[in-house]
Design a protein around this ligand. Structure first.
Ligand code: GLN
Length: 280
């Protein structure tokens, strides 16, 4: 069987299983199987696949047909300027979250040496991306999941910034170590009842604990803002990612906890995505 034929067959199976990006995904999965990049694959469509490769490819096609995201199958996701290792224990980094990174970097000049806390760090993608851009800053990332913390540590290590970063397995409720100049969080903010309406890729594979914002969607946002007001230095800034239509209520919670001078930032698709506020 030639590359072209097996590619077409893979696409067909994915299409039958309602995978929207069936052509692209078939190409990505065949490149992964053959350990070549996509351009190499497309330049060699007349080459033949070996039996072992064929078997491995169909195995990946089956996983994708089952809605497993490409990032979990490949084990990696590009975010900001780096590649992050990901698995089913952490949320897959989203391009929208880069809005948060831009805001934080705007705030920190190149020589600043601030201390940053990342609440619910997951793969560590946010904190690691920021510390890579600001060489004198240091940071702590906490996560309720032990497995996420292990992965975040691994990501920091392969990016060679493990000397300026600490990852701890802790719930925000029980965390009271130090004071920080900046606090960042991309918390779980989806209403419990709306999790079922999400794409199968997300609801069947990404960790619920990273998505579930409780009955009204604000359960973690409330907790994070409240705790941050004690963990942040005076005039420190809090950078929060929020969901669609959560701006007004989040602003209210911020004000109640002493955060003012608020700025709202839109994401790539012009939705309110990030709130920056200052502790007075
Ligand atoms: N901070 C991580 C990210 O943005 C995880 C966020 C989460 O688990 N809600 O990818």
């Amino acid at each position: 069987m030639k590359y072209q034929e097996i590619l077409n067959h893979g696409s067909k199976i994915l299409k039958l299983n309602d995978i929207k990006s069936f052509n692209l995904d078939s190409e990505i999965l065949l490149s992964l199987t053959l350990k070549i990049d996509r351009s190499q694959l497309l330049l060699n469509l007349d080459k033949r696949v070996e039996n072992k490769e064929k078997k491995n490819f169909y195995n990946l096609i089956e996983r994708r047909s089952n809605n497993e995201p490409i990032a979990y199958i490949s084990g990696y996701k590009d975010f900001w300027k780096s590649k992050f290792k990901v698995d089913k224990n952490v949320l897959i980094p989203r391009p929208d979250t880069e809005t948060l990174i831009e805001q934080v970097l705007d705030e920190l000049d190149i020589n600043s040496s601030k201390k940053i806390l990342d609440i619910g760090t997951g793969s560590g993608c946010i904190l690691i991306s920021i510390l890579k851009e600001r060489k004198r800053c240091s940071g702590v990332g906490i996560d309720i999941s032990k497995k996420a913390v292990k992965l975040a540590k691994y990501n920091a290590k392969i990016q060679h910034i493990d000397n300026r970063i600490k990852f701890l397995n802790s719930d925000i409720d029980n965390f009271c170590r130090d004071k920080y100049d900046l606090i960042i969080s991309n918390p779980p903010y989806i209403k419990q009842l709306e999790i079922n309406d999400l794409d199968k890729d997300i609801k069947n594979h990404e960790p619920k604990v990273a998505l579930d914002g409780g009955v009204d969607g604000y359960c973690k946002i409330r907790l994070i803002i409240k705790k941050s007001s004690n963990l942040i230095k005076k005039k420190g800034k809090l950078f929060l990612e929020i969901g669609i239509n959560q701006t007004r209520e989040t602003l209210k919670i911020l004000n109640l906890n002493g955060f003012y001078k608020t700025r709202i930032v839109k994401d790539l698709s012009s939705k309110n995505r990030c709130i920056v506020s200052t502790k007075i």
